[in-house]
Design a protein around this ligand. Sequence first.
Ligand code: ADP
Ligand code: ZN
Ligand code: ZN
Length: 749
Amino acid sequence: MNESMRTEASIARVVIDVRTRALDEPFDYAIPAPLAHQVSIGCPVLVPLGGRRAVGFVVGLGNESRYDNLKPIESVLGESLSRADAYELARWIADEYASPLAEAMRLFLPPGGTPKVVRRESDGVVTWDLVRPSVSAAEDRVVTLLDSAFEPRAGARLQRSIIDALRMGPVTSGELAVEFGAVAAALKTLEQRGAIEVTARRRWRGESGRAREDTAHTLTKAQSAAVETIAASAGAVVVLEGVTGSGKTEVYLRAIERTLGAGRDAIVLVPEISLTPQTVGRFRARFGNLVAVLHSRLSVGERFDQWSLVAQGDAKVVVGARSALFAPVRDLGLIIIDEEHEASYKQGSAPRYHARDVAAHIAHDSDITVVLGSATPSMEARAAVDEGRWVSARLPERVTAHGLPEVRVVDMGAEFGDGNRSMFSSVMSDAIDAVSDRKSKGVLFLNRRGFASFLLCRECGFVPRCQNCSVSLTYHERGDRLTCHHCGHTEPTPVSCPRCQSPYLRRFGAGTQRVEDEIHARWPELPVVRMDADTTSGKGGHERALAAFEDLASGLLLGTQMVAKGLDYPEVTLVGVINADTTMHLPDFRAAERTYQLLEQVSGRAGRGEDPGLVVIQTYWPDHPAIRAVAARDAEILYTEERELRSSVGWAPYRRIANIVISGENSATVTSHSVVLGEALSEALPDGWEVLGPSDAALARVKRAYRRHIVLKAPPGAALGPYVRAVLARCPAPPGVAVAPDIDPMDFL
Ligand code: ADP
Ligand code: ZN
Ligand code: ZN
């Protein structure tokens, strides 16, 4: 794309790569004649900036400037590896999410972060080099291991496919874990030639039926209809709703085929945790070398290579995590976002963009199609469909013959009343007994979201909630008080249950360790594999835990949220949810929705084989709409209630929300700046907008930082970002205080 943009322009508009709100506009620089043929939109340049040198990116070219005596660009640091609309999109993101422009620009830069500039001098000639991202040690080791595979005889294609394949799988010390069906044959050849030594083989269950599949299925009626809807929706957003196994991925593949057929490119976003070799394998099996993969488990060097393939037009299908949305595709025709409801599509640091909403913006005013796939579409997607802004397509049934598992809900309050003080109800105990007796496997899901604790009545399940916000109150040891993390309301902790007067009003939550201990005590013969943040840290930890579970003849997998994703083992007959309540009582207005999505997802893990499977859900709130919706397999039960509640109390998607977190080590300055900001935000507040707080954030103290926050509510469609951005620009934070605006937040930590 760079050739056509080469220019005879004399002036370049340059965004300086510095994270300060003061440099938020592009600066004009003169293009010296010798550099004219090198300067193009998107390329990194070295420019003088107030007596120093800075790296910047060319975002515009022209022949006129409002300023005289422009300083010249000092050197051009490389080719543009960003896409043509990068600046336009970055501007929109900076405005929409109240972030500095340079932060938004970085999204579009090749992997490796901010380029570093190295000065070299030889024979009096000074040159500046852009330092390329380094290649990781893991990759070095792979190359060493395969040294003999790189003889001329090995064949270029073979080498290429091996390199590609190795990039997909984790490489652990001394061992090569290749979990990628497509190159199995190539590896075998290599082994025979003595180029590699295979020390352990492991078959991926999901792969045996999937990754090797490379022929398209005959589409079901619903799938065909969905493909047609997508084809007819240029410039629109299509919400594809279908349970796991309903054939969504097949629909994606067809839509991509059509896009490629029209000579255009596609981007497929998948939650990071679902970006397994199996997932990627399905795209590779269909589109081969046209696929580039981008995610954070690749080394910077590997990502850089993939990025370059896209920029050069060699790869036309980008499969990746959230940030792959900004890959340098040449002619984007289709964006697919799988598991659209996942909170991980929202970036947790500046710019706090939501990939779904950026994608929708990209589609708007263009002929690009966006497909949002999910078994449990977000309230945002539903509202957009309800209002006719987005298009709906449905896959109502599983393609495969398996029935859906039976769901049994257990009222833990009643269990407690009957004298069962254990964390396992009698239904759950019986189900675990059955796993043990029948030598099958079970997955136990401990719903833990660590930080915030709430009070729960062990007898009636009551949890104190905020009268203003209808959100669970969080328990704070300091002062023994309950606090609302949306509006700041606080009250003393009651001594007995306000509903049933029981004295058993307790802090809620059990760790995986405690559950594991109890399992060992009661089922000493039953092997347990634990999978949580503690046991799976480090590269490949997640895969190792899954492999250990897979190697068991019979046993339990015990884990947190992460077991909910993508597990596909036919021999799992039991899925047990130990405590459905934790997510229900998150200090977050999306608590009910999240609970439903999680429960629906874990339930999908049972009954994938011959055995129909059983799902046991333990809860103190059996008639919570999320529980009823999962039990009845009817999402509408939840959504009907949520629509009512959110529109009456005033939460997204019926109001736009901003959450502004003010933090720092000195509590007095944090508090006083939060007051300053609160006042500044309230000052010229448009009609129908509200400012809540400042109050303590849900995580009131992290490490040594104090955290306060302000919540802003506005009507849907309001220009919230630009408003917040302007106020923050007017009220610079004092030293030691950080201000993090989050527009359309996905959590309130
Ligand atoms: P989802 O993405 O909704 O979970 P998949 O696309 O993975 O569903 O489909 C589930 C399984 O059904 C896969 O093994 C897939 O190969 C298979 N499948 C998809 N579409 C069809 C079809 N039309 N006929 C037969 N099998 C299909
Ligand atoms: Zn009670
Ligand atoms: Zn409140």
